[in-house]
Design a protein around this ligand. Structure first.
Ligand code: G3H
Ligand code: 13P
Ligand code: ZN
Length: 283
């Protein structure tokens, strides 16, 4: 069934687990996520980036994902990931998304607050939940000095002010993860997470979770992370399976025999993440 992001995230916040959020760009990815969620009896967020909207088209994604969500046996929220403008976020609200992220993390605090506020005002009036981001993710290199790292990670006092002024439903924070594949081993700032969770007492979101050690994921959940975004691990699972098809049958040209194994591989990874996040049997 199609639900709002808030319905899923509030349940995760109260029951101390993390709802999984997976990026999809086509039918196969979507079907893999829904099939795994039903098999695991897990609530799930299906999310699309602006890049996905550009690739597939807003109407194609809207109709396909809403059909899948409305017919799923588990709660499914339909989320915009990293929306960068008011216009994109509101287009998604108008086209049936039930949760939108407005990412103003590259702006100043004041500009981020103003942008986020403009989106929460409209989205909440339409019954759509809102995620925002404070602090900067990604590109945290080993040679960055501690002061610079501190400046990029979410400031707890600013987070308190940000949430009070914007009224966002859940907040993505920067504690040392990065998008994409990691070069080294990510070092998570658990003390910062603990402080922010205690100060805000609301659902917290972790981006860039592909490639993070399972123990670190479990610790982050125990300290209050309630939504975990996974994209890269699914891309790798899909493409590895397709590469395997061509390694075994280089002349294959039936798309179903190429993309089908990709879909099966993604389903396995999604199910494993759901178990790791404590989301299985929470639907
Ligand atoms: O942050 C989200 C993704 O990992 C990047 O996705 O290439 O669709 O923008 P994208
Ligand atoms: P990964 O690239 O680590 O999978 O991160 C996904 C993400 O945060 C999407 O918003
Ligand atoms: Zn992200």
């Amino acid at each position: 069934m199609l639900v709002t992001g808030n319905e899923i995230l509030q349940h995760a916040h109260k029951n101390r687990y993390a709802a999984p959020a997976f990026n999809v760009v086509n039918m196969e990815m979507l079907q893999a996520v829904i099939a795994a969620a039903e098999a695991e009896k897990a609530p799930v967020l299906v999310q699309t980036t602006e890049g996905a909207l550009k690739y597939a088209g807003i109407k194609y994604l809207s109709l396909m994902i809403r059909y899948a969500a409305e017919n799923a046996k588990v709660p499914v929220a339909f989320h915009l990931d990293h929306g960068t403008t008011f216009e994109t976020a509101i287009q998604c609200v108008r086209n049936g998304w039930t949760s939108v992220m407005i990412d103003g993390s590259h702006h100043s605090l004041e500009e981020n607050i103003a942008l986020t506020k403009s989106v929460t005002k409209v989205a909440h009036a339409c019954g759509v939940s809102v995620e925002a981001e404070l602090g900067r993710l990604g590109g945290v290199e080993d040679n960055i000095v501690v002061d610079e790292k501190d400046a990029m990670h979410t400031n707890p006092a600013e987070a308190k002010q940000f949430v009070a002024e914007t009224k966002v439903d859940y907040l993505a924070i920067a504690i040392g993860t990065a998008h994409g594949k990691y070069n080294g081993v990510p070092k998570l700032d658990f003390d910062r997470l603990d402080t922010i969770k205690k100060m805000l007492d609301m659902p917290i979101v972790l981006h860039g979770a592909s490639g993070v050690a399972e123990d670190d994921i479990k610790k982050a959940i125990s300290l209050g992370v309630n939504k975990i975004n996974i994209d890269t691990d699914l891309r790798v699972a899909f493409t590895d399976a397709v590469k395997d098809v061509f390694a075994k049958t280089p002349d294959e040209f039936d798309l179903r025999k190429i993309c089908g194994p990709g879909r099966d591989a993604v389903k396995e990874v999604v199910a494993a993440k759901m178990r790791l996040f404590g989301a299985s049997n929470k639907a």
